[in-house]
Write a protein that binds this ligand. Structure first.
Ligand code: ZN
Length: 271
């Protein structure tokens, strides 16, 4: 195939006419590539800057996280070099998310002001981990599922608790026997270990690149804040702490704050 590249020079600004259109579904983390003779200095999309890595022969790659609630439309992808920009695009498709109903005891569905305060403080503590810089580069060839089991609630499910709508499910629930060993899906640094009101015992691990993974409703945990873990290292046991109707792992992934489907992280293994 003959590829004709036409460049328009305009006051030092260049545009590649035959740009690449990348496709993603709400909640996807994707790997994108570009060819550039000049070093790529940054990659931006969806109003954020994303991690990049040089490959061989003037090829560069980067990773973009599409939040669960990103609107389905086409977004520009901008690769910046010292003298120009390369423009690609990202088409985001709507996810097909399930509706999930759960019934819990009244005190776990309708909260008093003290409980609401605790829930807010928990959310803030988790939110803070998304901004902690972890000086590591995730090796996606190492990625693995933290525990084998049955996926009881998929990513993105719109939840109704006792008939009332709640925020969509920003992770996957993996039902597994109590005490099953949970392993780190990638190497990382433990950012948070805390007992929370809804999430129960929770661990957050930073993997570098702004990628953070969360593990909730745990039984015993084996790690401490500040500790480095290897991919495949045991971090905790499956439990049913917090608001949980049975033993399971809630596994969440955040990439640059975006709520990511853990399956799309697992899919990076085979690229
Ligand atoms: Zn969950």
């Amino acid at each position: 195939m003959i590829r004709i590249l036409i460049w328009i020079g305009l006051m030092g600004y260049s545009t590649l006419l035959f740009a690449t259109e990348w496709h993603a579904t709400q909640g996807d983390m994707i790997e994108v590539h570009v060819h550039s003779n000049e070093p790529i200095q940054s990659l931006s999309c969806l109003g954020k800057t994303w991690p990049i890595q040089a490959m061989n022969n003037h090829e560069w790659r980067g990773w973009i996280g599409v939040d669960l609630k990103s609107k389905n439309k086409v977004y520009p992808i901008i690769w910046t070099t010292s003298s120009s920009h390369i423009k690609d695009s990202l088409r985001v498709q709507k996810g097909k998310f399930r509706i999930s109903n759960i019934t819990v005891k009244k005190k776990m569905a309708n909260f008093d002001s003290k409980a609401i305060q605790r829930i807010r403080a928990d959310q803030q503590a988790i939110g803070k981990t998304y901004d902690i810089k972890v000086d590591m580069k995730p090796d996606f060839s190492q990625v693995r599922i933290p525990v084998e089991g049955i996926e009881s609630t998929p990513f993105g499910a719109q939840r109704y608790v006792n008939g009332q709508p709640r925020s969509p499910h920003a992770g996957i629930d993996i039902a597994a026997p109590k005490g099953s060993i949970i392993v780190a899906p990638l190497a990382g640094k433990v950012l948070l270990v805390e007992d929370m009101f809804l999430n129960g015992k929770l661990i957050a691990i930073g993997h570098g690149f702004g990628l953070v993974s969360l593990y909730a409703h745990l039984g015993k945990s084996f790690v401490q804040v500040g500790e480095h873990v290897k991919a495949g290292q045991a971090i905790a046991e499956v439990g049913m702490s917090g608001r949980s109707t049975g033993p399971h792992l809630h596994w969440g992934v955040r990439f640059n704050h975006a709520r990511i489907n853990p399956h799309s992280l697992l899919a990076l293994k085979n690229l």
